[in-house]
Design a protein around this ligand. Structure first.
Ligand code: HEC
Length: 173
């Protein structure tokens, strides 16, 4: 896949060191880098897992709480990423409403993680899970028919030591 990452251009403009080079150019717009599949596998899947399995992986110190807060924040902000106009799949209104479910679930999880409230995080599991399922049911035609292929990211995409839902613990939405 050809990727349009304007790194080289940005470097050149930076080296030129002139503010006017920026002023003259087109005003930057948000631009996708990852594909939808990449966002799902690399951002949302691990971020939501951190919440869905919080009971068995409960943070025990400040460092671990910080990590969990980051995952919850990433989950919430990922909703904004998929709300970018160029990323909308299918009907826009439905897409935005579905993405908002993930935004709300992620924002609530972030709040609970900031308060280090384990019970609240556990209670949010269903909301997080459903926020993925609602959109998948609508936008992924084979969803449910081919559970393994469509619900689990490829094994090589998972962190070392993690296996997809065939391993038992995972129930990827
Ligand atoms: C607003 C819609 C929407 C929401 C919300 C959503 N997804 Fe997705 N997801 C999609 C679409 C569309 C695809 C198919 C992407 C593709 O293959 O191009 C997908 C695919 C996936 C895949 C399979 C990717 C692959 O290529 O194997 C995983 C894993 C996934 N999503 C995880 C999640 C998780 C976890 C959540 C919730 C935290 C979530 N998604 C929330 C729309 C959504």
């Amino acid at each position: 896949m050809a990727r349009k990452i304007a790194v080289a251009g940005a470097l050149v403009a930076g080296l030129a060191g002139s503010a006017s080079a920026w002023d003259d150019g087109p005003v930057p717009e948000p631009e996708p880098i990852g594909t939808m599949s990449e966002l799902m596998i690399k951002l949302m899947y691990p971020a939501s897992d951190a919440i869905l399995y919080v009971e068995s992986r409960a943070p025990t110190n400040e460092v671990e709480w910080n990590e969990l807060q980051a995952q919850a924040l990433l989950l919430a902000e990922s909703a904004n990423l998929i709300m970018m106009p160029s990323r909308v799949v299918g009907d826009r209104d439905e897409w935005m409403r579905d993405a908002r479910l993930m935004f709300d679930a992620g924002a609530a999880a972030y709040e609970a993680a900031l308060e280090q409230d384990l019970d609240a995080l556990i209670a949010l599991n269903e909301q997080v899970y459903m926020s993925c399922v609602v959109c998948h049911r609508r936008t992924r035609p084979d969803y449910g028919k081919n559970y393994k292929r469509f619900d689990d990211p490829p094994a090589e995409a998972l962190p070392p030591g993690e296996e997809a839902s065939s391993a038992g613990e995972h129930r990827a939405p």
